[in-house]
Design a protein around this ligand. Sequence first.
Ligand code: SAH
Length: 251
Amino acid sequence: MKYGIICAMEEEIRLLLPDLTDCTMTEIAHRTFHEGKLYGKDVVLVQSRIGKVASASTATTLIDRFHPDCVIFCGTAGGVAPGLHVGDVVIGDRLVQHDFDCGVPERIFEIPLLGIKYFEADKSLNNALIKAVENYIKNDLHSDIPACYLDEFGIKSPTVHTGTIASGDQFICDNQKHEWLYSHVESLACVEMEGAAVAQVCYEFDVPCAVVRVISDSANDDSNVDFDRFVKEAACHFTRGSMKAFLSAEK
Ligand code: SAH
């Protein structure tokens, strides 16, 4: 089993890279694909950069050139559903491109000529990820992230959620947009900028896909400050902790 793992930002991937062993690096289209062993499993790890085009083109190269058996996207998101707090983790059961509108109101979010609005994540990957992230939070989170940052972000006992993840080429930091998204996207949990693009590529290649997102901000008027602090001090711990717990538990 070979796992493709994508993060958007250097801050998200930076603690995973030093843990890779037997690593071969390949540069393609300004991305570095790191092939090797991570926590005992075969992986290809790559930083896509931010947004739907960057992540879709990275996923395409990853699948076409490296043939992973599944693709996991791991990063941060703005929490939209009430009850989601900074530090909680969302494992997306469905992914939608919230900025896709072909001009017919009842077909909002539908990808024309494909006829799909919501791309499904892989259920067995999701079940394994839920368990792994719960274990990380219970056993390792509090020794992993310095207490001063846990206090700063108000993180006590984060919880793991499932729901729809909506992606678009916009950083959502506006109360009105937040409300619009919550009322238009079915079962919306959080918003980010890559997951649904990767899910579409995986769908088209018929490769199982999952998206794991730690909540860095609340996709509202305060998001810019909250996101910047969180991504600097905490995001890398969540991505490494989640992937370590997941890959270590895989057969
Ligand atoms: N401030 C950065 C851009 C950050 S974009 C710059 O100036 O370059 C935000 C990244 O985190 C994206 O990869 C996205 O997937 C995720 N994200 C976290 N919170 C988000 C939010 N509220 N809205 C959209 N994306 C968010």
